[in-house]
Design a protein around this ligand. Structure first.
Ligand SMILES: Cc1cc2nc3c(=O)[nH]c(=O)nc-3n(C[C@H](O)[C@H](O)[C@H](O)COP(=O)(O)OP(=O)(O)OC[C@H]3O[C@@H](n4cnc5c(N)ncnc54)[C@H](O)[C@@H]3O)c2cc1C
Length: 534
């Protein structure tokens, strides 16, 4: 089936929805989302959204904190744009219906997170993302110009390549005419033609075995753009949370807040011994990056799949009082944190790099925008400052909407696009080929391309990935398309980009730490223990 829209939006998180609501003033909008509309990372955001609201906070302080966290690989102009436009975007969120917590005096109850020099994180209890997700989705569902397609999986964006022209990375006129989309329920592949397309497909945490990201975070947008010969950058910078609950039956992984260590919990190895003193005099209270690396090293030395956090020496009532959610969550898997050790493991949390965009959310491909976690705007540099990502999504979705609205009337649909050709494909009846390759891929990335890297580990990962890549491409060519095979292919593509860019970075910088290039610069100020995790 063929459908035509002025604006095509892939993704129903904060980036996709906030953009859709704005462009809907100017034309018809389709929002494509591969699962339910609330299956997003946005809904999991707990900590909140960073923005300057009251003195003594200033834009300059927020800018400086962001640059320090980013290890000065940020684009300062983009940092300034994001932060100086934060107040307007927050006002809009509130006008759409978002409720942020207030104190008894009526002021916003601002949180402070690691790396922020002031209290500046607006939040709705500890479920800010869910509040934003529900408000934006409610608005989108009410809008007569917006159609939401749930369980529709975008396979690829359409470019001249699909008109049998040669498309290389050297071409500067690559243009997006829409996307091929798989209706997951009927298994039909539709052609969505659009005057402009926005990719808001979120992160890629599932390239690792343990992640806080929802299942939908498989880097699809990044892979689509790379396949279409568009620009992708900074993929080596993957942010890990040091302590997620180790539970192989659960995805996404449950975060064990760093505040628990601040409260007195101690990290222990598989033998039940403290180990942090070997790495830092502050032991379990050492900065986040040091703890993450120490855990990684201990796991590599012992070969264990997880380590422990010990709260048994802490006052039980106070523990439950301060951490009721963690207490209740652990009990559901038979762990009483007042009596038992908590198994923990680092988890992939945020993809800093992605589709390269400019100050208007434009990708290197004409008529194609990107916003949110799939985009690399230049805001985060080599490490993201906590709670800056929801803000980034709002700012660049807004800027992209202004740009797209200004151009839309001058753009014509391309009507000569062929429908998807599925000739010669058959149903792959051996799902094991896909599920095992996914496990292999995640194991390779977690073992060799995690928190601590080296040239040898990266080379090993690259060589092993090559085998999975060849096998999967062969399978893909022959198979009737399913979400699973498309996601696997996308994750392989993302893994390739992470490894390649990590190999090219001949230094330890921000989130990329290599044993072969010891860090000489002092650690950033964003590494303190969070009082609130996001
Ligand atoms: C546990 C957790 C806590 C966090 N806490 C915070 C916080 O407190 N503050 C903060 O600023 N950030 C936080 N973050 C990060 C933040 O939530 C995300 O970066 C942000 O929500 C990303 O929004 P997005 O719109 O780009 O993507 P998402 O919200 O992930 O949405 C992506 C959308 O794209 C769709 N999609 C993907 N691929 C396809 C495809 N091929 N076809 C169709 N649809 C597709 C998905 O189905 C989904 O609808 C947190 C993240 C996690 C995981």
């Amino acid at each position: 089936m063929r459908r035509k829209f002025d604006f095509l939006v892939v993704g129903s998180g904060i980036a996709g929805l906030s953009y859709a609501l704005k462009v809907a003033q100017q034309g018809t909008v389709a929002i494509i989302t591969k699962a339910g509309a609330t299956d997003t990372a946005t809904r999991y955001a707990q900590g909140g959204i960073a923005a300057v609201t009251y003195t003594p906070d200033t834009y300059e302080k927020h800018i400086k904190d962001t640059l320090i966290a980013g290890d000065e690989l940020n684009d300062e102009n983009i940092v300034r744009i994001t932060i100086t436009e934060s107040s307007e975007r927050i006002k809009e969120l509130i006008a759409w219906g978002t409720r942020f917590d207030k104190t008894t005096s009526g002021q916003f109850d601002l949180g402070r997170e690691g790396g922020h020099s002031e209290k500046r994180v607006l939040h709705h209890k500890d479920s800010t993302g869910l509040e934003i997700q529900q408000v934006l989705l409610h608005q989108a569902r009410q809008n007569p110009n917006i159609e939401i397609y749930e369980d529709y999986f975008t396979i690829d964006i359409i470019t001249q390549h699909h008109l049998h022209e040669e498309v290389t990375r050297r071409r500067d006129d690559i243009t997006c005419f829409g996307a091929y989309v798989l209706d997951v329920k009927s298994n039909e592949i539709h052609t969505f033609l659009a005057k402009t397309t926005m990719l808001a497909t979120g992160g890629a945490g599932n390239v690792y075995a343990t992640t806080t990201n929802p299942r939908v975070a498989t880097g699809d947008g990044v892979a689509m753009v790379y396949r279409a010969k568009g620009a992708v950058e900074k993929m080596e910078f993957i942010q890990f949370h040091p302590t997620a609950l180790y539970n192989t039956k659960e995805s996404p992984s449950f975060l064990i807040t760093e505040a628990l260590r601040g409260f007195g919990a101690v990290l222990k190895n598989g033998a039940g011994e403290e180990f942090m003193q070997k790495y830092d005099a502050r032991a379990s209270l050492a900065p986040r990056d040091i703890v993450a690396r120490a855990i990684d090293n201990e796991m590599k030395l012992s070969g264990d799949d997880f380590l422990y956090l010990d709260c048994r020496h802490l006052d039980k009532n106070e523990l439950i009082n301060h951490f009721p959610t963690i207490y209740a969550k652990c009990l559901t898997i038979g762990i009483d944190i007042a009596r038992d050790l908590i198994p923990v493991v680092p988890a992939a949390h945020y993809t800093c790099g992605g589709i390269k965009t400019d100050a208007h959310g434009r990708s290197s491909i004409n008529r194609l925008y990107a916003s949110g976690e799939c985009a690399s705007t230049g805001l985060h540099g080599a490490n993201r400052l906590a709670s800056n990502s929801l803000l980034e999504s709002l700012v660049f979705s807004h800027r992209a909407s202004v740009d797209a609205i200004a151009r839309i009337n001058a753009i014509q649909y391309r009507d000569d696009i062929p429908d998807w050709n599925a000739e010669g494909t058959v149903l792959n009846e051996e799902m094991i080929l896909i599920t095992q390759s996914l496990k292999d891929l995640q194991a390779i990335m977690s073992s060799y391309v995690g928190i601590v890297r080296s040239n040898l580990r990266l080379k090993r990962a690259f060589d092993r990935l090559e085998i999975i890549y060849c096998e999967t491409e062969e399978l893909y060519e022959k198979s009737i398309l399913t979400v699973k095979i498309c996601e696997l292919r996308n994750l392989i593509n993302v893994a390739y980009l992470i490894i390649k860019m990590a190999m090219q970075r001949k230094e330890s910088r921000g989130l990329h730490y290599s044993l072969d290039y010891p860090r000489t610069r002092p650690l950033d100020a964003g590494s303190s223990i969070n009082r609130h995790d996001e």
